[in-house]
Design a protein around this ligand. Structure first.
Ligand SMILES: [Zn+2]
Length: 519
């Protein structure tokens, strides 16, 4: 553990627990090499920013050099590769992580910083950094979800930087109310969820790193795809603990599980000793697994039904249908998890569907259980495959995911098309709607309801109007082309509109003007 790491650890553990920190507290950890450190508090509490130019700390010694400008060829290698060793203390709700990141600079600029998204650090006291091991860095700024390494030798285009991180996660208990929506990173009395638990390299776009402020509305992550090799060792857990995780299972023995995933925006996992597991196979041979609890079995007027069986069937149907419409799903597995938090949440090859939708399941397709299940499945295209800026252009994934729900009902339950519009959309968005535009950012809303009404529901209305104007065949071909264009990329609304001809754009201009602020 180097001096900077000790300092960071001290600061994170000591200062973050206090309402204020004094320089004197940390000065004894500082040594006489001039540099500057800016460390600031999780944005949930007040921000601290200090200039330590008068009380410097040592620069970590390089473990290798990047002096050679002729870097080895990286053709065919992933831009980012994560190798993770995680020891999960199930009973203590904590995780000790060693993460090795290999990052190739595929921009055409020499990078003098590397920015990380540390989503776990949006939660108070959840993330404690112990060590950072990488060549040639001298300054580290940890500010809420952002961590920036400043490099003393720029990382040239085509060159590779290895970065090692050691950190501890303390998983928060799931909460009720609006903050419960982040229950994908929480524990309940029967489940531990690790979504967005690992630092990722931020997106570099237009000459700067893209990281957005946290808000309770929507999601704010922007993630490039990466390769993942994740080894989980579970301790302090019942012997019958069940791990729900995506990817190829490389190893499974003695409370150890190891998974590999390629070209994925995240790696998420859920575990519980109470999971029931059922599976089915799609037309393309993908194995769909659903992990649910006993309370997914409910009594309805038509008798007892198992929501897990219903959700499993809807998942297979929707994976088949969306593969036909938008391009093959491709992965060998897909995982659905009953989550002890509101609504649902998408990750690469794994989605959560809220316990609430299982508990209130009427036993028929006219249910949020089916709506949200297929919505989350569609995010395998509108998030996992086609990336977008979820904070600034949330409609690009959410409007498309919501309209994909309708495409599911249209295909499998055509008698319920009108029901879907009435139940899902018109209940909340009536004619004369005067709320925000479809292309609003997540920062423009006071409530989740207003956000869903504007971005999801009016987004679906807009897409339906566009379909009406363009014709179904052209509309679906357009979405398919967008899916192809955006595969393993981060795209913008210009990419979507740019796939239409000038004539088509003129044709739909009134619709864009009605629903969008930037048309
Ligand atoms: Zn969604």
């Amino acid at each position: 553990m180097n001096q900077l790491s000790r300092f960071v650890r001290f600061w994170l553990m000591g200062c973050w627990a206090l309402s204020a920190c004094t320089l004197a507290q940390s000065a004894d950890l500082l040594s006489p090499t001039p540099t500057r450190v800016l460390l600031s508090r999780n944005s949930l509490i007040s921000t601290l920013e200090r200039d330590f130019s008068a009380a410097p700390i040592p620069i970590p010694q390089p473990t290798s050099t990047l002096e050679n400008t002729a870097c080895p060829p990286t053709d065919g290698l992933p831009t980012v590769r994560h190798q993770i060793e995680a020891v999960i203390d199930y009973g203590d709700h904590s995780v000790a992580v060693e993460q090795q990141i290999t990052f190739i600079n595929r921009t055409d600029e020499a990078l003098d910083t590397i920015r990380f998204d540390i989503e776990a650090n949006r939660f108070a006291n959840a993330f404690t950094l112990y060590t950072v091991t990488t060549p040639h860095f001298e300054l580290m700024d940890v500010n809420g979800r952002q961590m920036t390494l400043e490099l003393t030798e720029a990382l040239l285009p085509g060159c590779t930087q290895d970065i090692g991180l050691e950190f501890q996660l303390v998983i928060p208990a799931v909460t009720s109310g609006i903050s419960g929506y982040t229950g994908y990173f929480s524990y309940s009395n029967r489940q531990l969820n690790l979504g967005h638990w690992l630092p990722t390299i931020a997106v570099y776009r237009d000459g700067e790193w893209v990281t957005h402020d946290v808000t309770v509305i929507g999601e704010q992550t922007v993630s490039e795809v990466a390769d993942w090799d994740v080894r989980l060792q579970v301790t302090n857990a019942p012997p019958n603990i069940v791990v729900a995780a995506p990817g190829d299972l490389l190893e499974s023995a003695d409370q150890v599980w190891r998974y590999a995933m390629t070209a994925s925006r995240d790696f998420s996992v859920s575990m519980s000793p109470f999971f029931r597991q059922e599976s089915a196979i799609t037309e393309a041979g993908t194995k769909v697994e659903i992990y649910s609890f006993d309370n997914a079995i409910v009594n309805t007027p038509a008798g007892q039904v198992d929501g897990a069986v219903q959700a499993l069937e809807a998942t297979v149907q929707s994976l088949n249908h969306y593969s036909d419409l938008f391009g093959e799903y491709g992965a060998e597995r897909f995982v659905v998890v009953q989550g002890d938090f509101p609504d649902g949440m998408e990750f690469s090859q794994l989605v959560f569907v809220s316990d609430a939708w299982f508990r209130t399941n009427p036993g028929t397709p006219e249910s949020y259980l089916i709506i949200i299940t297929v919505h989350e499945v569609s995010h395998q295209w509108w998030y996992a495959r086609v990336g977008n800026d979820q904070a600034l252009t949330p409609w690009l994934d959410e409007a498309l995911a919501t309209y994909s729900e309708y495409l599911f009902y249209e295909e499998f339950y055509p008698d319920l098309k009108d029901w879907w519009w009435g139940f899902r959309v018109q209940t909340f968005v009536q004619p004369g709607y005067s709320g925000n535009r479809v292309d609003s950012t997540v920062y423009e809303f006071a409530t989740i309801r207003e956000y869903i009404n504007a971005v999801y529901l009016r987004g679906a209305l807009m897409l339906d109007r566009l379909r009406e104007a363009l014709g179904t065949d052209v509309f679906i071909a357009w979405l398919r082309a967008y899916s192809d264009l955006g595969t393993e990329r981060i795209v913008t609304s210009d990419d979507l509109w740019g796939l239409l001809s000038a004539e088509q754009l003129t044709q739909i201009a009134p619709i864009r003007a009605q629903f969008l602020s930037a048309s």
